[in-house]
Design a protein around this ligand. Structure first.
Ligand SMILES: Nc1ncnc2c1ncn2[C@@H]1O[C@H](COP(=O)(O)OP(=O)(O)OP(=O)(O)O)[C@@H](O)[C@H]1O
Length: 475
């Protein structure tokens, strides 16, 4: 197994005392989970190491022969301003350390200080660097509109530009070790997105999902942290918690908006310290998994109302993916309809039916309170009952009826209000061209769906498009 190094960039420790370097790198690994550490005992070699581009953070002792820490700091600040430097000084050098801070040092610690504070300082610096790097990555992706791994998103069927932006954001934050919060109404595809984040991350080993809604605090702790034998009455055997089972993978906590306040406190501590205690144990264990959480609740509102801890909310939303409801991405409806029809036909061993041209229009008018899950189950219900060549709209109408939805009397793509009475009517060919282009846009460029939306055959639509192209060329 290849070791999953944390963080993704190197942390360089510089000191002439080999023994101290060894002890510090062990402490960073054991208490801070920081494993991507390099050591250098000759200050003259540091600039050469930084040239190689693997280092993101430097811990620098002030007191060294040859090139002193102070001199080295000036070189690093000048040539590698993006690399923060944490100064480690002796008790008698505090004034020099303060001077170093003025010259661009990121933080400073006295060498004899308790190790815990030093480890926390390094963790803080790592978190800041990660967020800065991710912000840069997000900016560059938004400008370029490119996906490095389009294949990972294949399960998420969409033609919506907002969803494409979400994909780019997901790619940008996928390598981070910070938590990701996924929000959106029920059935929009939050779990699907969580799986995608997992596949893209460097925590690829395992995805462990837990629905935390309705878990009381004891069950939550036992599920996540596990217990030792005899931890409580009935604990006859030790149990490994889900954090341990997730190992280097992803821990997905669904319905996080329904977590009890005492469990929220425990989750916050886990995220802050990266450590937890199995019930009945005094020995802390380290969490190596990446945490992804999801909810259909309005967490900001819950936080304002005091039902969700503010500190946990801010900790969780460092990376926030919000998936819009299906009614806000209408172009996805016909594409998803096609996708689920194909899927259902394959699973049920039936031929894919012909879709009545009114169906996409009926669906486009429906608000889909249950989002994609609702559309999927409508299609599967219809396909289960389906027998003839043409798909019946009855089961769709029944499902909408159950939700209290009344379709408009006349379902027509060209509704009232298209023409302004005071203005002359446009020529027929212009109306047809506009209709064809609108359908094509709503179908995300898919000609067969566009043809169905306006009730013509695909060859007829394609002929029209060719004509349109020739006319535009001639103009
Ligand atoms: N864009 C999509 N493409 C294909 N299938 C989708 C898409 N979005 C959602 N689905 C499907 O819809 C169903 C519901 O998705 P999912 O369980 O991810 O929703 P959710 O937001 O997690 O719901 P809940 O809040 O109720 O847990 C699943 O069968 C999923 O595969």
């Amino acid at each position: 197994m290849i070791e999953n190094l944390y963080p993704s960039f190197g942390v360089l420790l510089v000191d002439d005392e080999e023994a101290w370097l060894r002890s510090l790198s062990m402490t960073l690994g054991l208490s801070g989970g920081i494993s991507n550490v390099m050591r250098c005992s000759d200050s003259r070699q540091v600039m050469g190491i930084l040239e190689r581009g693997e280092i993101g953070l430097v811990l620098l002792d002030l007191n060294m022969p040859n090139l002193s820490g102070e001199e080295l700091l000036s070189h690093i600040v000048e040539q590698f301003p993006e690399i923060p430097v944490i100064i480690i000084s002796g008790l008698n050098q505090v004034e020099t350390a303060v001077e170093c801070m003025k010259r661009g040092g990121f933080d400073f610690f006295v060498k004899t200080v308790e190790e815990e504070r030093l480890v926390q300082g390094v963790q803080r610096a790592i978190r800041m660097i990660e967020l800065q790097r991710e912000n840069r990555e997000i900016q560059s992706r938004f400008l370029s509109d490119r996906l490095d791994h389009p294949e990972v998103f294949a399960d998420i069927v969409t033609v919506d530009p907002a969803m494409r932006s979400i994909f780019r954001y997901i790619e940008a934050v996928s390598k981070s070790s910070q938590p990701v919060l996924i929000t959106g109404e029920s059935g929009v595809g939050k779990e699907l997105v969580a799986r995608t984040i997992h596949r893209l991350s460097r925590h690829r080993e395992k995805l462990v999902s837990i629905n935390v809604a309705g878990l009381d605090d004891n069950v939550f702790s036992d599920t996540l942290f596990g217990h030792t034998r005899g931890a409580f009455t009935g604990a006859d055997l030790p149990r490994r918690g889900m954090i341990e089972l997730a190992a280097d993978g992803t821990l997905f906590l669904d319905e996080i908006g329904d977590l009890s306040i005492p469990s929220q406190v425990k989750l916050l501590r886990l995220l802050q310290e990266g450590e937890y205690f199995p019930l009945g144990s005094d020995l802390p264990k380290r969490m190596n998994a990446r945490v992804v959480v999801a909810t259909h609740r309005d967490l900001a509102g819950k936080q304002a109302g005091g039902q969700f801890r503010r500190d946990l909310y801010y900790r969780l939303c460092a990376h926030h993916v919000h998936i819009p409801p299906l009614r806000e991405r209408p172009a996805d409806i016909p594409v998803l309809l096609e996708h689920f029809l194909e899927q259902a036909a394959n699973e049920l061993g039936k031929k894919k039916p012909t879709v009545p041209k009114e169906l996409p229009v009926l669906l486009a008018n429906y608000p889909f309170p249950g989002n994609v899950r609702e559309l999927r189950s409508m299609v599967y219900d219809a396909m289960t009952l389906h027998e003839s060549r043409m798909l019946s709209m009855d089961s769709f109408k029944r499902a909408m009826d159950k939700q209290g939805f009344r379709p408009p009397e006349r379902v027509s793509p060209a509704g009232a209000g298209v023409f302004v009475p005071s203005e002359p009517l446009p020529p027929l060919h212009e109306i047809i061209d506009l209709l064809v282009l609108e359908a094509l846009q709503r179908a995300g460029g898919n000609q067969s769906i566009a043809a169905r939306l306006i009730g013509v055959s695909q060859p007829a639509l394609s002929k029209r498009l060719k004509k349109l192209g020739t006319r535009e060329d001639a103009e």
